[in-house]
Design a protein around this ligand. Structure first.
Ligand SMILES: [Zn+2]
Length: 483
């Protein structure tokens, strides 16, 4: 008994010493910023961006609704606004509107780098135009803010990159590796004719990239509890997306003599079981990487918890699973979206079906997901079919490529913590996975979570400071990649 108590005391203090040591020795994974104070012609750059917003380059699910006049005018505007780029870089148009600029480097033994973006924008929902403080296609500039569709998603990428190129070319800068700048025109409806076609064309020519950087995460304020600094998240993978259909058929009949379990009841029961069970949350892969990068920047309490993940992992996972946004980072999600059954109030339907949308973690294959669903619902009469795509591959965070992005971002936003993460939404980047060893997803602007909602909603805007910093970031990343 006595010995037991002493041993327990000893083991308690041992655990305390080890865990405290872990917390104290957590080292920052952030490179030291090296601000270069890049000077831009602010006013002219802002004016060009404002004009770029006025072209209604809108993507519609129904491709016949595209107004290609606007796209043509936008391309002409680019040619007139960035004369040096168009004089010195090769421009190729794929499917008429996907733009690929190539800057040839001095050393052909090095693998090229790609910077990607898109210039199509989502429509403004009918009836919401009046809710905008400034018209969505005015490019209005007021009180240090530029307004309109595309200011965040993602004309800022296209214009930011071209501004950076025009400046570097004018200054006589020469890259040592080939650089490609790739701008899609249908990202918002899947990128089939834009980014996908660009990737296929380059693949056929044998081009493979060291890395491609596309839009994705941003520098978000108050993103991670316990971290006071803004956190810039760079997507190193994006989740897969699958559609599952559950169907049951047979034995309809009159509603006056129902069986205890009808078709509707059985499908409903299957969904209830899936929602109760859920895929297991597991802090691994890009989700785990995020915390490894932010833990050293946390306040002491949180640092202690994350530094000792081997003890606290179940607690951390439970905390993350409480909020849908953080739960999505650590598990495959289940979202029932459509239910079909029945036509008449006094007839039992012969068939019932439901559609579930799932977002897949890297490592959870379509087969695995289908098996999990079949086992969970355990009803042999319900047919389960699955279609979709698995998560993208996970890009490296150990090589120079990720570090170059971190360095470039911190040279401009010196306070920001730059960390890898898992993107839960889709982007054009998945197409570039086929031609690139690494694909990163990052938009170099510092925003709030409110701004994120504005991206496809009302009042999309960006501060002038953010826009100018985006240009600076693209200059930095080109230089970092050519060291
Ligand atoms: Zn976008």
């Amino acid at each position: 008994m006595e010995i037991g108590v002493t041993f327990c005391r000893w083991i308690d203090s041992y655990i305390f010493i080890v865990t405290a040591f872990n917390a104290l020795t957590v080292k920052s994974k952030q490179p030291t910023p090296n601000p270069n104070g890049i000077v831009l012609d602010d006013e002219a750059a802002v004016q060009r961006f404002s004009t770029a917003i006025t072209y209604q380059t809108i993507s519609y699910e129904d491709r016949t609704k595209f107004d290609f006049d606007e796209f043509d005018k936008f391309i002409t505007f680019l040619q007139e606004s960035y004369p040096t780029v168009h004089e010195q870089l090769e421009l190729e148009k794929i499917n008429g509107y996907a733009l690929v600029y190539k800057w040839t480097g001095s050393d052909s033994t090095k693998k090229p780098i790609g910077l990607a973006s898109h210039y199509d924008v989502v429509p403004v929902l009918d009836g919401t135009e009046g809710n905008w403080e400034q018209g969505p296609f005015t490019g209005a500039i007021e009180d240090g803010i530029i307004w309109g569709r595309g200011t965040l998603d993602d004309k800022i990428g296209v214009i930011g990159i071209l501004e950076a190129l025009e400046k570097l070319l004018t200054e006589g800068y020469e890259p040592n590796r080939d650089m490609y700048f790739m701008f899609g025109f249908d990202e918002e409806i899947g990128g089939e004719e834009g980014a996908k076609a660009i990737a296929e064309t380059l693949k056929a020519r044998g081009v493979t990239f060291d890395f491609v950087l596309d839009e994705g995460g941003a520098i978000v304020e108050n993103m991670v509890p316990g971290v006071e600094k803004p956190v810039g998240v760079v997507g190193i993978s994006e989740k897969g997306s699958a559609t599952v259909e559950l169907t049951i058929e047979g034995s309809g009949g009159h509603s006056s003599q129902p069986k205890n379990h009808t078709n509707i009841g059985r499908i409903a029961n299957a969904i209830a079981k899936l929602e109760d069970t859920q895929f297991k949350g597991d802090l691994r892969g890009p989700g785990e990487d995020l915390f490894e990068f932010v833990a050293p920047e946390m306040n002491v309490g949180m640092k202690y918890v994350f530094a000792n993940k081997f003890i606290f992992e179940p607690i951390i996972e439970n905390i993350l699973l409480k909020q849908p946004a953080s739960a999505a980072l650590i598990r495959t999600t289940i979202a029932p979206t459509i239910f079909h059954a029945g036509e008449q109030s006094n007839v039992l339907p012969e068939k019932a079906s439901a559609i579930i949308n799932l977002r897949l973690m890297p490592g959870d294959s379509l087969d695995y997901v289908k098996n999990f669903i079949e086992e969970t619902i355990s009803d042999d009469d319900i047919k389960v079919t699955i279609t979709g795509r698995e998560a993208s591959k996970v890009s490296s965070i150990d090589g120079w490529q990720f570090k170059a992005i971190q360095q470039a971002a911190r040279n401009v936003n010196t306070e920001a913590v730059i960390a890898p993460y898992l993107m839960v939404a889709g982007s054009d980047a998945k197409h570039y996975d086929h031609v690139s060893d690494n694909t990163y997803r990052f938009l170099p602007v510092q925003i709030t979570s409110e701004d994120l909602n504005r991206m496809h909603g009302t009042n999309e805007h960006v501060s002038i400071e953010n826009y100018l910093n985006a240009i600076r970031f693209y200059i930095e990343i080109i230089k970092e990649s050519n060291k």
